[in-house]
Design a protein around this ligand. Structure first.
Ligand code: AMP
Length: 381
């Protein structure tokens, strides 16, 4: 067990690392981060920041020698960095680098899912432009072309509709290795954040309904009202994925729920997920504390809800007319405001989120959306 007082090393300095870091500091751990940018969301609250690129393997090795366990806060950390940390670090890398290797590459991820028997949309690997023509013949249209590596929030994706020129999509995603997926006519998108301990114990944060805008998560409703068989199946699939990958840590499985009630796995995120942010305020133990507990080999905490809640993201767009009116947001005492310490509010950039509480998740979502609307276009109180 890596006990309180030890040092947790995080590759990556974004908001997920910041919320892990806050949980770690609360339990008496020290936190180090390695990230390419100075003044990162995690760097602002960490004991130590190493500013280095992830492919500076000497810096990664040095970093890992100075911490008791290494984890990562997003999946686009190169696999070589995780391997280097495992080889030269004084403690383990959790989850192990192999999980990162699969989850950071869509073809490997899709191959893993289909070969292990988890349901996905039809897909084909696209190695070059000719392969795209063949894949379109098999998959049909509409279809979604996605870069194989380093995509998130809909980046590196292009939809190919019946009358579209496939060339445009091919160039739009950068004319490189890709995956072509059938377009799913889904009823809803849902996800399960699961956590697995060194002893194989499993906990989860229920099934969350995720509503997107412009391919970016917008609103999350925990404990989506679903047929209990579907909810149980989603949790069973998530558990199966964590077990098959031998994850020690937190991993989120994102699903499409089709109109006929079928669950298809869309993506895996081997870390806390935006759809689990509600847990920071609304659960006995948050996904971030659970990540800390699992990677440190502590017993897991209770994931029980304290109250019905919902979360909405605050993107840089909220700053379009100047500084948001925080006073209006905080006038409701049941609103919890999270800002990630990012200086530059670019459109589409995740700057923070709001958790709202009400009698139901749906009512909480309405409240959070109204609060967000009241932020824009106002001057700071
Ligand atoms: P991803 O980055 O793959 O999670 O995609 C971002 C969002 O794009 C998803 O959450 C969906 O809203 C949409 N999307 C991605 N793939 C598909 C698909 N095969 N069919 C329909 N919508 C999709």
């Amino acid at each position: 067990m890596i006990s309180p007082g030890a040092t947790v090393g995080v590759l990556g300095g974004g908001q997920l690392g910041r919320m892990l870091g806050l949980s770690a500091r609360r339990m008496g751990y020290r936190v180090h981060t390695l990230a390419p940018e100075s003044d990162s969301p995690l760097g602002q609250i960490a004991d130590r920041t190493v500013v280095a690129d992830y492919d500076d393997l000497d810096a990664v090795a040095d970093f890992a020698r100075g911490v008791d366990v290494t984890t990562f806060e997003f999946e686009n950390v190169p696999f070589a960095a995780a391997e280097t940390a495992a080889d030269y670090g004084q403690g383990p890398v959790r989850p192990k680098g192999g999980v990162l290797h699969i989850a950071q590459h869509r073809r490997r991820e899709k191959d893993f899912l289909s070969q292990t028997g988890f349901p996905t949309a039809d897909f084909e690997h696209v190695a070059d432009r000719d392969a795209l023509t063949h894949a379109l013949e098999h998959i049909g249209r509409p279809a979604v072309l996605k870069t194989a590596g380093f995509g998130y929030d809909g980046k590196g994706q292009s939809v190919i509709r019946p009358d579209d020129d496939a060339d445009d999509a091919w160039h739009a995603i950068g004319a490189g290795e890709a995956v072509l997926e059938a377009m799913v006519d889904f009823d809803r998108e849902v996800s399960v954040v699961g956590a697995r301990g060194v002893d194989g114990a499993f906990t989860h944060f229920g099934v969350t309904e995720n509503r997107h805008r412009d391919h970016i998560l917008d609103v999350c409703l925990p404990d989506a009202p679903l047929d209990s068989n579907i909810a149980d199946e989603a949790v069973a699939i998530a558990r199966g994925v964590l077990e098959s990958l031998d994850v020690v840590g937190v991993l989120c499985v994102e699903f499409f729920l089709t109109k006929s009630g079928e669950l298809l796995v869309n993506e895996l995120a081997p870390r806390p997920h935006n759809s689990g942010h509600f847990s920071f305020d609304a659960c006995v133990t948050s996904q971030f504390e659970q990540q800390l507990r699992t990677v440190c080999g502590l017993p897991m905490g209770d994931t029980r809800r304290l109250a019905p809640s919902a979360m909405v993201n605050l993107l840089g767009d909220c700053w379009a007319n100047g500084d948001p009116n925080w006073g209006a947001a905080l006038a409701d005492p049941s609103i919890k405001l999270h800002l990630y310490g990012k200086a530059e509010p670019r459109p589409g950039r995740k700057m923070g989120h709001i958790t709202a509480f009400a009698d139901t998740s749906e009512a909480a979502a309405e409240k959070a959306l109204a609060v967000r609307a009241s932020l824009a276009g106002a001057t700071l109180d």
